[in-house]
Design a protein around this ligand. Structure first.
Ligand code: SAH
Length: 211
């Protein structure tokens, strides 16, 4: 990575850390992944701000602060595999690739997954498996997963997704509730989900099917 870009990523990691203290490994992931590569051409100058940005196909790249929170709430330490629903630009998956041995990510908009895969190749990231499809069906072939992350909001956790989470596994999702969205952390114990509401948030909604 170019020196100037590396310095900008480091500064962004500091900015995140000052509002949401990061575990060292997670902070390092933000320093190491070139954020600019995930942002559309006209928005490069805003790449390092802690705001969400448009990415085409009417979708939004989550703010790096939100990506940091979702990542830390997942408790990546000691986990091997993670499934993400809503790959979008691929930035969240790229961060996860530094913290998990295997990352699986699904996107329902074909154009976006094609671009995300190209970015992973450009960055020589080889432990992300990215697929075009309806993420609400999960990715049964490689299940069960230690962790599951919704990068788009959900009104409920579908049975298919629940069954693809390992016993003892953690699932983090922005849950829709009474017109609001709340980042919710679920733990699967004895075949049941136990939930903890963490904070309000704003994500695009999950939608069924592909386009
Ligand atoms: N993690 C992304 C955030 C993208 S926004 C990033 O770092 O850029 C959420 C994404 O979820 C959008 O790209 C949207 O198309 C996708 N999405 C919504 N419903 C989905 C579904 N059922 N399956 C897969 N992807 C979905």
């Amino acid at each position: 990575m170019e020196k100037i870009i590396a310095a900008k990523c480091k500064k962004m990691a500091e900015d995140i850390d000052s509002v949401f203290p990061l575990e060292p490994k997670i902070k390092k992931a933000f320093e190491d992944i070139n954020r600019e590569l995930f942002v559309p051409a006209g928005f490069k100058h805003l790449a390092y701000k802690l705001d969400a940005l448009p990415m085409g196909a009417n979708q939004w790249i989550s703010s790096p602060l939100t990506v940091a929170k979702m990542t830390q709430y997942l408790n990546p330490d000691g986990a091997d595999s993670v499934l993400e629903i809503g790959c979008g630009s691929g930035y969240q998956a790229a961060i996860l690739s530094r913290l998990f041995r295997r990352v699986f990510t699904v996107e329902r908009i074909e154009k976006l997954i094609v671009e995300a895969k190209r970015r992973f190749r450009d960055l020589s990231i080889y432990n992300i498996n990215a697929r075009y499809g309806d993420g609400l069906l999960g990715w049964p072939e490689f299940a069960p997963y230690d962790r599951i992350l919704f990068s788009a909001s959900a009104s409920e956790i579908p049975e298919e997704i629940f069954s693809q989470l390992k016993e003892g596994g953690v699932l983090v999702a922005p849950m829709e509730k009474g017109g609001r969205q709340i980042i919710t952390k679920f733990v699967k114990r004895s075949g049941r989900l136990f939930s903890q509401e963490l904070e309000e948030c704003l994500f695009v909604p999950t939608k069924n099917g592909t386009v």
